[in-house]
Design a protein around this ligand. Structure first.
Ligand code: UT7
Length: 323
């Protein structure tokens, strides 16, 4: 008998304001054609003034709780992946806890930038496998629009805001790869690459700062590392690419998504793609894609899913799960 962290519910939230590429043409020297062809992005959502990351996260959490048919007080822990918490502290996770009216359990943020949701899932899995929690609300939520330098065309056209949430619950498995739930995780970071993707603000400057990225270099690392980590997770579970029903990748750039699928020898009709509608929502992109993929009827019970992501740090990794 093995304990498995099984998906009990999923949900997402996108702010109301949709910003098509053409709207950005009036801000910086760019075109809809350039953004589409270089990134695959067609539009993104931006949070309204005063609409914070914890608010987006709370909406997504409520949707996931409703999908699972449980109440906030049925949750033992909240793990929230974000790099755009409302305040330096307390954590956005404790703000969600309060907003949900949850008076028990514990809540904390995970900061691994675009790889944040993969890290949060691995942490939630560890909490469940070690018996410290039975049900964990895992959220990815971001307001990256607030980190943009609106004079830098190389970054400001790429990012968007949103939130997605999953509820993981302890269940009994057989230990075989046919079990539902998380089957393997694989995490990496390499701080030597801290200068190719970062925000130039924080306690050292007393400002929030703006996102800076050496796009081409990050692109190269992404193409090299994402397929590798996905294969490692599959290896750990004794499975191969042929067994995969869906890749649910971090949604940064359609060219990275396609290159990774090609390296994994998985056809694009087995990849959940949302980048055209959301842009890069950092830690929110995978749970958003999982929720949208389920809503579209792509993801079904029993499907084998590999999620993979890379971002600032560099930090990267993958989670293999059976839905
Ligand atoms: O989620 C975290 C991980 N992040 C990523 O995975 C992002 C990884 N990087 C990328 O997705 C791509 O590198 C970008 C989409 C950021 C850029 O695509 P690229 O094919 O690497 O383009 P580039 O940076 O080489 O730029 C090509 C040209 C440059 O002009 P020159 O130097 O060739 O004259 C840029 O100045 O495109 C120019 N350019 C733009 N033109 C119009 C850069 N941004 C824009 C823009 N509109 N918004």
């Amino acid at each position: 008998m093995t304990i498995r962290a099984v998906v009990r519910g999923v949900g997402h939230y996108l702010p109301a304001r949709v910003v098509p590429n053409v709207e950005l043409e009036s801000l910086v020297d760019t075109t809809d054609e350039w953004i589409r062809s270089r990134s695959g992005i067609e539009r993104r959502h931006f949070a309204a003034e005063g609409e914070t990351t914890s608010m987006l996260a709370t909406h997504a959490a409520r949707a996931a709780l409703a999908d699972a048919g449980i109440q906030a007080d049925d949750i033992d822990a909240i793990v929230l992946a974000t790099s755009t918490a409302d305040l330096t502290f307390p954590s956005a996770a404790t703000m969600v806890q309060a907003a949900l009216g949850m008076t028990r359990g514990f809540a904390f943020d995970v900061q691994a930038v675009c790889a944040g949701f993969v890290y949060a899932m691995a942490n939630a899995n560890a909490l469940i496998l070690s018996g410290q929690a039975t049900r964990v609300l895992v959220i990815g939520a971001e307001t990256f629009s607030r980190l943009m330098d609106w004079t830098d065309r190389t970054t400001c056209v790429l990012f968007g805001d949103g939130a997605g949430a999953l509820i993981l619950e302890a269940a009994t498995g057989t230990g075989a790869p046919s079990d539902r739930g998380i089957l393997a995780t694989d995490l990496h970071s390499d701080g030597r690459f801290k200068d190719i993707l970062y925000v130039d603000g924080g306690t050292s400057t007393g400002t929030t700062g703006h996102l800076r990225m050496a796009g081409k270099e990050v692109f190269r690392h992404a193409v090299e590392k994402l397929a590798e980590t996905a294969h490692t997770a599959l290896d750990k579970a004794g499975l191969t690419s042929d067994d995969v029903d869906w890749i649910v990748p971090h949604q940064a750039n359609i060219r990275i998504i396609e290159a990774t699928a090609k390296r994994m020898q998985v056809a694009m009709d087995r990849v959940v793609v949302t980048v055209q509608d959301h842009g890069n929502t950092s830690a929110a992109s995978i749970p958003l894609a999982l929720s949208v993929g389920k809503t579209r009827g792509q993801i079904k019970a029993g499907d084998l899913i590999v999620t993979e992501a890379i971002g600032g740090g560099l930090a990267w990794g993958s989670v293999l799960l059976r839905w």
